[in-house]
Design a protein around this ligand. Structure first.
Ligand code: SF4
Length: 370
């Protein structure tokens, strides 16, 4: 079986030639969605110029790092105009070595993705676009406070398909008013365009507009059936679940996300972005103002024990699970006490079964108590 688990403690200093993944947070959107608790502000040219200058300064700190996977996320990276994209890629090329890049992804939203964006990304060695489709039902999109409709979502998927780039779509389930029939329609439609699907249950923080209207408990109860349906439907159509939220055609798994789940090194640029270097989680100041003013990032050093527990939880999110040779005896003991139908156990490794994936949160809580 293929293993992506590697030694989580690279000892090299941050310098020329060091290998890493790179995440760049674009903290701009056209309008705030009703459920969103990510950090983003409404895009305007002045803020974007200041952000680009900040990215250039921050990138210099990691100058010379060799980037294996690149992910431009947000926010909404497709609110950047073509000259702004050009400037961003010039900064990244100036500071980093992209000669061994294996995957590059840009997030996009259906209402702002243009043919020019797709062509630019393809011509700049991007391999994937991750599109925030969320649903193909207009009532659900309205309930979520999205500014696109299903027609625009299909058009955006056509743009990516015609560009030759790989497409991943995000879909949200447990939206108020959603039915299994509409969920089936969204899954069935995106399946024709994509090689990767990420499914997320709608979760509502109390400080979001939707969170002030709906109770999270009701949505949690509803979420189980939609998730279970995706686990049944997608593998039947060639999309295999390789992580709690991720389904892909064989060979289309997201290497950048796998780097996070392996505790590999991730350099993160931009406000609120979070990276991981030498066992230290580095989280940038949350707001654009604080980040631009030079406020220091938060640094959380994980003890060796915390690293092992965190790596076990991250590994269990994936279909590859935890190699038995690496597992801490206390963690193994906790897992073996749980119902056996939550796991797929082999002499080499322990992974979650589809049922275990559905109950992942309860399993993490047990492991955090080790
Ligand atoms: S587009 Fe994404 S990041 Fe922007 S407000 Fe909506 S959910 Fe949040």
């Amino acid at each position: 079986m293929k293993s992506y688990l590697i030694d989580p403690s690279p000892a090299l200093p941050l310098s020329q030639g060091r290998e890493s993944s790179l995440y760049v947070h674009v903290p701009f959107c056209e309008k705030k969605c009703g459920y969103c608790s990510f950090y983003s502000v409404i895009a305007d040219d002045r803020n974007i110029s200041a952000w680009l200058e900040g990215i250039a300064r921050e990138a210099e700190k990691y100058s010379g790092a060799k980037i294996r996977t690149l992910y431009i996320g947000g926010g909404t990276p497709t609110v950047l105009t073509m000259p702004q994209w050009q400037k961003l890629m010039t900064i990244i090329r100036h500071s980093f070595d992209l000669s061994e890049l294996t995957e590059a992804t840009a997030e996009a939203n259906p209402n702002s993705l243009t043919e020019e964006h797709a062509e630019f990304l393809r011509d700049n060695n991007f391999s994937r676009i991750s599109l925030g489709v969320q649903s193909l039902n207009d009532d659900e999109l309205k309930a979520l406070g999205r500014i696109h409709d299903s027609r625009q979502a299909v058009r955006a998927m056509e743009i990516v398909r015609d560009s030759g780039l790989n497409l991943s779509c995000d879909l949200i389930f447990a939206t108020p008013g959603q039915t299994l029939r509409s969920w089936d329609y969204s899954l069935r439609t995106v399946m024709n365009y994509v090689s990767h699907i990420s499914t997320y249950q709608l979760t509502l923080e109390p400080d979001t507009p939707m969170g002030r209207i709906y109770g999270d408990d009701d949505l949690n109860a509803a979420g189980y059936k939609f998730y279970r349906y995706a686990q049944y439907f997608l593998p039947k159509h060639g999309f295999f679940q390789y992580e709690i939220s991720s389904f892909a055609r064989e060979g289309s798994e997201c290497s950048h996300n796998i780097a996070y789940w392996n505790h590999s090194e991730v350099i993160a640029l931009g406000p609120s972005a979070s990276g991981y270097i030498d066992g230290v989680r580095i989280t940038n100041p949350r707001t654009l103002e604080a980040w631009l003013s030079g406020t220091e990032p938060e640094r959380e050093t994980l003890s060796p024990r915390e690293r092992v527990i965190e790596l076990a939880i991250l590994s269990l999110r994936t279909k590859w699970g935890i190699p038995r040779k690496d597992i801490m005896p206390e963690i193994e003991a906790v897992l073996l006490e749980m119902p056996s139908d939550l796991f797929i156990m082999t002499p080499e490794r322990i992974a979650l079964s589809p049922k275990g994936m559905r109950l992942g949160n309860a399993i993490w809580c047990e492991l955090l108590g080790v």
